[in-house]
Design a protein around this ligand. Structure first.
Ligand SMILES: [Zn+2]
Length: 262
């Protein structure tokens, strides 16, 4: 919160509405400054006013913070990080372009949530089988726990095995370990998507997560480990089989790969 208050003080100062020190402590001068921003609803609790002001300031600089509602969600958080970058560097971060991907779909994976998708994969949690993995995985949430097996949808099992054998061939066990390609975040898991009402692809056992700690959901290519060139072959192994990396395609959720098109 202190960091956010500092940002607010910086922004107020830039508007000529604050002449105190940038100390991250909210005092009468900061409050007065905030109350002079006419779009900020001063009837709301202070934390919401602060968030509103950050949203307004981001939008003014062409950073889409979403609706100005004073609620701190994923979009506001992403906009805030860009805003902080802007205040430090005077420019926005280099704009994102999609990775060069070879788009092929030899297994004809359907488009997620389409009628064909439901026809192809059937009910959630149905048709699950256990497969043996070509190398030992460590579970992301407890790296001491290891596994050589996972459950997944029967229709993706062969493809998944081909991919992981190829990964093992290309990288070898030492590199796999160094690059955390064996940090496994799981496959089948019946749950809703984190930001919506739709079911996650994990519910059908057709999506896998890797190295969740270094590839957090909202991180883009500037922070996500799997955006590094060392992972180019890793992604090629998946993409040759038609799997989609959300990181490579959409620049978020770099931990995640799925056997369904977007
Ligand atoms: Zn995932």
């Amino acid at each position: 919160m202190k960091k956010r208050i500092k940002t607010v003080q910086q922004l107020l100062k830039a508007k000529g509405l604050y002449n105190g020190t940038i100390d991250g402590i909210i005092g009468p001068k900061t409050m007065t400054g905030l109350s002079k921003v006419k779009e900020v609803d001063t009837r709301l609790p202070l934390t919401r006013q602060i968030t509103m002001f950050i949203q307004i300031s981001a939008n003014e600089r062409g950073i889409d913070a979403g609706p100005v509602d004073g609620l701190w969600g994923q979009q506001t958080n992403a906009a805030y990080e860009m805003l902080v970058y802007y205040l430090e560097h005077g420019v926005l971060p280099p704009s994102w372009r999609p990775e060069e991907r070879q788009i092929s779909n030899p297994n004809n994976w359907p488009v997620q949530n389409s009628p064909e998708f439901h026809e192809f994969y059937g009910e959630r949690c149905s048709q699950l089988i256990t497969v043996d993995l070509p190398y030992t995985m460590k579970l992301c949430w407890d790296l001491r726990t290891r596994t050589r097996r996972t459950s997944c949808h029967a229709k993706v099992a062969d493809s998944l095995c081909r991919i992981l054998y190829k990964v093992k061939d290309i990288y070898g066990e030492e590199e796999i370990s160094r690059l955390h390609l064996d940090h496994y975040g799981g496959c089948h898991n019946e749950r809703k998507m984190r930001n919506g009402n739709l079911w996650s692809m994990h519910s059908w056992g057709i999506a896998l997560d890797f190295d969740t700690r270094r590839n957090q959901l909202s991180w883009g290519r500037d922070r996500a480990a799997f955006a590094h060139p060392d992972y180019e072959d890793w992604w090629k192994c998946w993409e040759e089989e038609g799997w989609i990396s959300l990181g490579r395609a959409r620049n978020f959720d770099w931990m995640h790969v799925q056997a369904a098109n977007l």
